[in-house]
Design a binder for this molecule. Sequence first.
Ligand SMILES: *Cc1c(COP(=O)(O)O)cnc(C)c1O
Length: 382
Amino acid sequence: MIDRNIIEKFRDLPTPFYYYDLDVLNSNLNALKNESVNSGYKIHYAVKANSNPKILKIISSYGFGADCVSWNEIAAAMAAGFNPGEIAFAGVGKTDKDIEAAIRAEIFCFNCESIPEIEVINQLALQHNQTVRIALRINPLIDAYTHKYITTGIEESKFGIQTWELDEVLRRLSEMRNVNLTGMHFHIGSQITRMSVFQSLCTHINELQDWFISRNVDLKVINVGGGLGIDYENPDKSPGFAEYFTLLNDFIDLRSGQELHLEPGRAVIGQCGSLISKVLFIKNGSNTLFAIIDAGMTDLIRPALYQAHHKIENLTSEGNVYRYDVVGPVCESADTFAKFYELPETRRGDIIAIRSVGAYGEVMASRYNMRDLPGSVFSDEI
Ligand SMILES: *Cc1c(COP(=O)(O)O)cnc(C)c1O
């Protein structure tokens, strides 16, 4: 719920902007911290979900590690107070420049996605006279039952090392002196809402554990990645950390001395953000009414890219309900937030909130049409 007093303050601010409710963020982080302390599992916040410096500072203050997909993310995480010794570096296409910077920063681990990548890391580590920790990102061939663009663990996916390559990986690793295999890593997709998907992942991990043990390979770290979904229909609902941790605890068979690592992104930050926008025009279409707002796909691309549905609220009208196509100003038909969507009678100047946009919102903003980037406003600043 967005507080009435705050809505009054929105009227004077230039739109569109991301509004972050820090009470929601802190409550999510406290819940996550509790689960992490009780279970002993380690958290690496997935920085790509939201790398706003103020958000990163708050998250790092809880003592979590970070999961990054570029050197710039690693640098931003370190600037926000994350300890490099708790930063994992993932991604299928790490550049030499990024790898070298990460070697120099002495990060926790490189999560590797192919044999050629491991060879390059080994070579660069040798040049820096260092030995670095790596984990294998393994593609477990599990369908995450989520949108195809955010499914990452199926056969045709570009992500991860296939299980049939593992023998070859171990053979090659035995000849490399500057990488040290410390773990296995998984990330099968995002916005996963079926708990059975995570249960399948646990089963697969247990089988792989047996396989590695049969080859006398001791892995200290099991990293299950991120992916826990949120309820986009109910923006005020908290993420289901308790259920998720219980499931991991029930189904993953950790060996003695092993650590379980998690990389939540969306679940940490998704429900904290709303995109606040003003209505520019109401326009008659042949079968519909268009509510044209000043936020567009450049500010929030999820509906255009993933056909994502976000709850939309008119914060300043209590009139009769009509159906609107809520659209942005960008010169693309995909610049549509919702079709035939029920809102109280909507007029020029009304304030619209698009909810649950804290994750993969602001970070994906672009300047197409030479539009300004959206601003950000925090609940403790207004
Ligand atoms: C994106 C990503 C995450 C975070 O995923 P969420 O669905 O936001 O929790 C975690 N790990 C890796 C490797 C990722 O690429």
